[in-house]
Design a protein around this ligand. Structure first.
Ligand SMILES: [Zn+2]
Length: 121
């Protein structure tokens, strides 16, 4: 089972690796004097912000996949970090980077939800 999941993770990792070299990303800050007018500048700023958010999301996702692969390497993949139970094949196939079993995950989510509600109250 882990062989198949490893393939899933490796292809996910491949998809999440940006094809651009990091140096090319250094100078993507829009410059007002390089734009025709303030409207163009504003839309460049939005565009760059969206690309940045997308890239951050991809990086976070890639980190999850890398961590899942290293858990596989040390033999703790598929074990809930909270209770030590098996996460279960069905859940892992649906979500190969899962670190918690379905029970602990829903506990944690309801805990977060409670905390959020308390903060807002
Ligand atoms: Zn658990």
């Amino acid at each position: 089972m882990q062989g198949t999941l490893r393939q899933h993770l490796l292809s996910a990792l491949h998809d999440l690796t940006p094809p651009v070299c990091p140096d090319a990303e250094m100078d993507d800050t829009p410059r007002l004097d390089a734009c025709a007018d303030e409207n163009e500048y504003a839309s460049r700023v939005v565009e760059v912000g969206m690309q940045l958010a997308l890239r951050r999301r991809m990086e976070a996702r890639r980190k999850e996949v890398e961590e899942a692969l290293s858990r596989m390497d040390i033999g703790v993949y598929g074990v809930c970090e909270e209770c030590g139970d098996d996460i279960g094949a069905a859940r892992l196939f649906a979500s190969p980077t899962a670190r918690l079993c379905v029970h602990c995950q829903s506990d944690r989510e309801s805990c977060h939800e409670r905390a959020r509600l308390l903060r807002c109250a």
